[in-house]
Design a protein around this ligand. Structure first.
Ligand code: ZN
Length: 260
């Protein structure tokens, strides 16, 4: 039996070793357990998932981020929180360019490296995917990458990342699908990470346009999920410093950390 250890330089140490015993089939038979995925197949899957990360964030890992509390206290607080609790649910709010997506992709990479099912995309990609799946109907092969019934499982804890939760038209269809998705994520205790330029109230108003009660229902599900942590990211310190230098910076950076 061939047996080799595959090393992955870019992955974290706990996922560095995958032993291949399958001689190319991708499966190994384990006594009493039947056919199981071989290490080489698991490794290939992890690499495929990591390749989904946009180049800007591909090397970012929670483990390697070293928050500098003295120099960037507010940004550092956010990173410290996710480092300490990488498996929690988060609603990350803040203006464009403050690093919300960086946090989301770092959490995604963390979940992937634990070999958990993980998906991350923008809200508009998600809705587009739902629409395509709906349009072709169920006879067709096309299935959305993520749909509510996929989350109705207890066997794995999913990572679901939704970027830019405030972008796109809040149509009735979008509102219904998102509610069903969040409801499944909530009921089955998956990990949800959502980013948005709008805060909680802004999001509630945004989603209220999707129809009766949608705003409240969606936000209730969002905030109820495993006691989601609500983090507002301040503007990047670089930008703050620039504005301070310009004498324009008067208001204290809005920053809240409301747990539950
Ligand atoms: Zn193998």
């Amino acid at each position: 039996m061939s047996c080799e250890t595959i090393r992955l330089v870019s992955l974290n140490p706990s996922t560095n070793h995958f032993v291949c015993h399958c001689q190319g089939t991708g499966w190994v038979v384990v006594e009493g357990k039947g056919a199981q995925e071989c290490g080489c197949r698991i490794r290939a899957k992890i690499i495929r998932k990591l390749e989904r990360i946009p180049p800007e964030y591909e090397h970012l890992r929670i483990e390697s981020v070293a928050p500098d509390l003295k120099r960037h206290p507010k940004q550092a607080f956010v990173w410290q929180t996710v480092k300490r609790h990488p498996d929690r649910c988060y609603l990350l709010c803040g203006r464009s360019g403050v690093g919300k997506s960086a946090v989301m992709w770092a959490l995604y990479a963390h979940a992937v490296e634990q070999y958990r099912p993980a998906v991350a995309m923008s809200l508009s990609e998600l809705i587009e995917d739902f629409r395509r799946a709906e349009a072709v109907g169920y006879q067709n092969e096309y299935l959305a990458e993520l749909y509510p019934s996929k989350l109705r499982t207890r066997s794995d804890r999913w990572f679901v990342g939704i970027d830019d939760f405030h972008l796109g038209r809040p149509t009735r269809f979008a509102g219904e699908m998102i509610y069903r998705l969040l409801d499944a994520a909530y009921s089955y205790r998956h990990q949800l990470v959502v980013t948005s330029q709008l805060d909680r109230r802004g999001l509630e108003r945004h989603w209220a346009e999707a129809g009766d009660g949608s705003g409240k229902a969606i936000m209730r599900r969002l905030m109820e999920i495993n006691g989601a942590t609500y983090l507002t990211l301040p503007e990047t310190d670089g930008r703050l410093e620039e504005r301070r230098a310009d004498g324009l910076y008067k208001k204290k950076a809005a920053f809240e950390d409301i747990v539950n």
